[in-house]
Write a protein that binds this ligand. Sequence first.
Ligand SMILES: [Zn+2]
Length: 705
Amino acid sequence: MTKTLLLSFLIIIVSCHNPEKTTTKMNKNPLLASWNTPFGVPPFDKIKSTDYLPALQQAMELHNNEIATIVNNKAKPSFKNTIEALELSGQKYYQVSKLFFAVTAANTDSILKATEKEIVPAMTAHNDEIQLNEALFKRIKAVYDKKDSLTLSNDDLFLLEETYKGYVKAGVNLQGANKTKLKSINKELAALKIQFAANLLDETNAYELHVTAKEDLGELSESLVALAAEEAKKRGHQSGWSFTLQRPSINPFLATSPNRELRNKLYHASAMRGDNDNAKDNKKVLEKIASLRVAKAQLLGFDSWADRVLVDNMAATPAHVYNLLDKLWSPALAMAKKDEKALTKMLHNDDIKGALNGADWRYYVAKIRAKKYNFNEDETKPYFEFTRVRDGAFNLANKLFGLTFKARKDIPTWHKDQQVFEVLEASGKHLGVIYMDFFARESKKGGAWMNELRAQFNVAHFVTPIVTNNFNFPAPTAGNPSLLTFREAQTVFHEFGHALHGLLSNVKYERFSGTNVPRDFVEFPSQVMENWMSEPKVLATYAKHYKTGEVIPPDLIAKMNAANSFDEGFRTVEYMAAAYLDMKWHTLKTTALQETRSFEKQAMDKIGLIPAIIPRYRSTYYSHIFSGGYSSGYYAYMWSEVLDADTFNTFKQSGDIFNPILAKKYRAMLAAGGSKKGEQLYQDFLGRAPKIEPLLIKKGFLKGK
Ligand SMILES: [Zn+2]
């Protein structure tokens, strides 16, 4: 459920669809030619996997030439010839990069995989060359130093300041040996991150639990049994059922199998990913990453890696992150401990002695859900058919912002299952384009995410946005529609919230467009949508039985909500333990190599984590922070949650969850993207700082009024 930021340097992106001069050689490659398509969308019907590598290489060269032109300009450095020129440079390069990362994530193949391996290190080096270019920085600094005497608009001044700070933060001021050291650290870090991800993928894919006795499947639903049988065949078994470490496979097994030994086995395999002292072990890899990050941060004048990362976030310092985490930790842990007691009782009632473990937790929680709440996910699924859920999200955008969505069959896609919609304002004016890719397939990575194929910006003229939403839902088959669980339906609204952030953008510079906001702000516009989607008024618009059209009955909603909110203590504790672990690794002030297992134990002992719960991610498979872009940033989901709970509560308190005045202000905040600091955006929106109480009430940690 993320908005992918991919490689951090892609945040500074400029892409444009206006026709521009290209050489004849370039025109042969559809990625580099001008696009004669509706709204200037990418011509996916003409682009082949083999086009990406040469296009990226040529676009990189073009980008270098543009940088050289800025650096070699004989005229004195000015805002226009340096800052704006730099912002507008690399249009082709960033445009092709966006497409490349979108397609490799959603519809990869062996050519794209090989291209990725070859091009990503080159892209890292390319980024370094620009960010550490002293001659370029000299010009940036010359403009920055005289900023007070220039009459710049707010947008221009913010761009100047952020550009300057970005270069300083990247290390452009380092000299001689230190600069060489930085480059070598960057290179080593890039390679280690790739290794971490590759090890984890191999460990995850290699594992299977092969089950041969039907009774060990318990009450696993028919469709999941069929999937497990298919998995077993795929892995060369004549019969039986195979379970893997992928969430959709492991979670239902842990919840339903009556065989405790098998549950423990599968759970243990998951918890030990990357920690098996074999060739794929990630301990040494991550220990080195943590150490190199300290070295890099200190080279750049920061105490720790977290200090360096957080300066750009709303939280600003590690102390502010801990302040938030500490406020929620005790009530969450207390709630989890209370649940642990109840679950342990159930374990003992089953004549099993000893302590409750993590596998038992999932099993008995499912039992409570079924018994106490009489709730079974299969009851609600018929009300969440995927096209109805999609239309429910569209309808919400219509209620709040007056937007409408028009299906377009004439727009080329990267896969036949992709759906494309033109987004229109209430006035009928074109706003942008959204691609939606719903179904799981082998060429797609797991999870759900949003990315932009073209960001909105408005320098010479208004460029409209093109965004995508990607999911991994089961595809419908003949006679079987694609029915979603409540959580999956929530994911549709979540990713759609990211999409709206991109679509409603109205900024001058692409660098600040839409979702290009601080990490601890970016999940706010997506998570806030989850509040609306479960409101009875909104459910009534889309949660209709796929056969009868009957709206989901209120008592079923109540039952579902009660069952879903049960176990909030566990969910919060599991998440927060991972957030603490992330902070622990990244507030290190020493480059001395740490020993993963003892480091982790110490970190968890410090917060008093109970043995029956382990962090949502243990270090050895914590790809968010060791191979993704979330280092010192896993807390961000909760930070954003404070904002979304407060925002939705404000709508609710107003007596109208679609309050048009609030909706207009909310839209203005989304439109501003990252062109202002997060605190300022929020202040402009509600006229005050965010309040934490609505989140505490929502989580059941504080009694509501
Ligand atoms: Zn998200």
